[in-house]
Design a protein around this ligand. Structure first.
Ligand code: AMP
Length: 172
């Protein structure tokens, strides 16, 4: 079945800037069976571990993380780009495959000791996820794993996420 998921991903060359091959996951979202399959695979990455919250990364990560949270029957927490969250936040700066940014989390979104699964659509250089990990560590979360639909393994982003278990459904 991952072969079907893989076949649905559309490569957009030179988007959003020259040299980037953008992995467009919208065809998966638009197909009910494929979206269901993607969410099921991401849920399986918990290995049955009990979790309290699923944390998703702005913006495509929200789509998968919220669906995973609902499927697991737990809460969802957004890690957002700077300036979007209305309440008190913690911040972390990071660089990504194309540019630099700051991510934020509400300081009361995860309680110390809560078990969380971090989810995003794609692991590239790992900067974004590493910043999210820093936020979760700041809040005292127990991070049980980091799960992606897609990993661009040639960028070695996984190295930035040690020692946490990193799962990817599709690897390029
Ligand atoms: P990074 O911080 O380099 O791991 O970048 C990961 C974040 O940027 C994810 O939230 C992705 O949605 C996005 N991203 C980076 N590279 C790509 C790509 N080639 N195709 C699609 N999304 C990407």
């Amino acid at each position: 079945m991952p072969a079907t998921l893989r076949a649905a991903i559309r490569d957009i060359v030179d988007f959003p800037q020259p040299g980037i091959v953008f992995k467009d996951i919208t065809p998966i979202l638009a197909d009910g069976a494929l979206f269901h399959e993607a969410v099921s695979r991401l849920c399986e990455t918990t290995g049955g571990a009990r979790i309290d919250k699923v944390v998703g990364i702005d913006a495509r990560g929200f789509i998968f993380a919220a669906a995973v949270a609902d499927r697991l029957g737990v809460g969802f927490v957004p890690v957002r780009k700077q300036g979007k969250l209305p309440w008190k936040t913690r911040q972390a700066a990071y660089s990504l495959e194309y540019g630099e940014s700051i991510v934020e989390i509400h300081e009361d979104a995860v309680k110390p000791g809560e078990s969380v699964l971090l989810v995003d659509d794609l692991l590239a250089t790992g900067g974004t996820a590493a910043a999210a990990v820093q936020l979760l560590n700041d809040l005292g979360a127990h991070l049980i794993g980091i799960s992606f639909l897609i990993e661009l393994a040639f960028l070695k982003g996984r190295a930035k996420l040690a020692p946490y278990p990193v799962h990817a459904i599709l690897t390029y």
